[in-house]
Design a protein around this ligand. Structure first.
Ligand code: OSB
Ligand code: MG
Length: 380
């Protein structure tokens, strides 16, 4: 695979409604898309960094910088046998997993197209139907949250995740649990609590939650091991886990019983696949997290979710929950059983609406292999 050109663009997309987490509210997304052309084929990837460094350290702008000044210049013109060689090529760049992931995943899409297989099959996926759940932002009051949950359950979703933060937790979860005693229900705190809150967090045990996601500091695996020893609810780590070494440390420390794998946070398909495999061998179920992606990132999430370690419903839901119009065709749809069908066509399995992407683009950077210099005639 000779890397002939790389295009990096920023597109602006507006979520249908604002999404509130413990670290802030977002509605206007600034998304980076990557298009890599290799052996005449276009592969697409998405950078899932947020607009602010509140979820993790990266932002749309840090990813723009790292891709533009380091990743793209060092990749252009190179030849790779497989996309899985990319992490080794980038081993000099510390962190910046989301920036790397945007490029690596575009290479995976291209490789799958060149081999005429769906990406999920190239990755070694076996699940042809993916279990789908939803992540619901923090609401003004418990009643409006219950209303939202009711609507999502009508859509067939298999699991409901509620965002929580101090002051917007116990009563909200209690109201939903009272209305729906049997659904698979979980919570996500995005690092809003500390070990001083153990007694408070322990009260959530009574709701029989599937899991409690990332209650403590974004970079503190050890503190989660202290908390897990004192509560019954299974802890799921999200922010803390950037690679398989982190996952293994967390499992050995008993800091969690499940892991949310996000392609961007773990730097792309190669590492995500390694992580789910390591977890599966140790009996730790994993699931696919979401970052309010456009259809391109969503398609990559679907491909990853077909790997057999992904045994819990993920935060991968229908395009229409997020956008009036998504950038892919067909849009991602969820069956009445709360599943997403793995696509049958090569690559990510959805086609990119180039005209729409063009209209949404606000800036763009391009790298092209210098054309071979023409042989000049000796005499003119
Ligand atoms: O913690 O899983 C998270 C969105 C932005 C940042 C962090 C998270 C989320 C979500 C949304 O939960 C999941 C989705 O894409 O629907
Ligand atoms: Mg989370």
């Amino acid at each position: 695979m000779k890397i002939e050109s790389i295009a990096l663009r920023e597109i602006h997309m507006r979520l249908k409604s604002p999404f509130e987490t413990s670290f802030g509210t977002v509605q206007n997304r600034r998304i980076l898309l990557v298009e890599v052309v290799t052996d005449g084929v276009s592969g697409w990837g998405e950078v899932t960094a947020g607009e602010t460094p509140a979820y993790n350290a990266e932002t749309t702008d840090t990813a723009w910088h790292v891709i533009s000044d380091f990743i793209a210049p060092s990749l252009i013109g190179k030849s790779l046998t497989e996309a899985s060689e990319f992490p080794e090529l980038m081993s000099q760049i510390r962190g910046h997993e989301m920036a790397k992931s945007g490029i690596e995943n575009a290479l995976w899409d291209a490789e799958a197209q060149l081999k005429s297989v769906p990406l999920w099959k190239l990755l070694g996926g076996t699940l042809e139907e993916i279990a789908s759940g939803v992540s619901l932002g923090i609401r003004e009051n418990p009643q409006s949250l219950v209303k939202r949950v009711t609507e999502e359950l009508r859509g067939g979703y298999q699991r409901i995740k509620l965002k929580i933060k101090p002051g917007k937790d116990y009563e909200f979860v209690a109201a939903v649990r009272k209305e729906f005693p049997d659904i698979r229900l979980s919570v996500d705190a995005n690092s809003a609590y500390s070990l001083d809150d153990v007694t408070h967090l322990k009260r959530l045990d009574e709701f029989g939650l599937l899991m409690m996601e990332q209650p403590l500091n974004w970079d503190d695996i050890y503190a989660h091991s202290k908390l897990q020893a004192q509560i019954e609810t299974a802890i799921c780590l999200d922010e803390c886990i950037h690679n398989t070494r982190h996952a293994l440390a967390a499992i050995e420390l008993r800091a969690c019983r499940t892991i949310n794998i996000k392609l961007g946070r773990v730097s792309g398909h190669t590492e995500a696949r390694r992580m789910q495999d390591a977890c599966r061998k140790r009996g730790v179920p994993v699931w696919c997290g979401g970052m309010l992606e456009s259809g391109i990132g969503r398609a990559h999430n679907i491909a990853m979710s077909a790997l057999s370690g992904f045994s819990l419903p993920g935060d991968v839901s229908a395009s229409q929950r997020y956008w009036n119009e998504d950038v892919i065709e067909p849009e991602v749809e969820v069956t009445s059983r709360g599943t997403i069908q793995a696509p049958k066509t090569p690559g990510i399995g959805y086609s990119v609406k180039r005209d729409l992407v063009e209209r949404l683009t606000v800036r763009r950077n391009d790298w092209v292999v210098p054309a071979r210099r023409e042989l000049r005639p000796l005499y003119t």
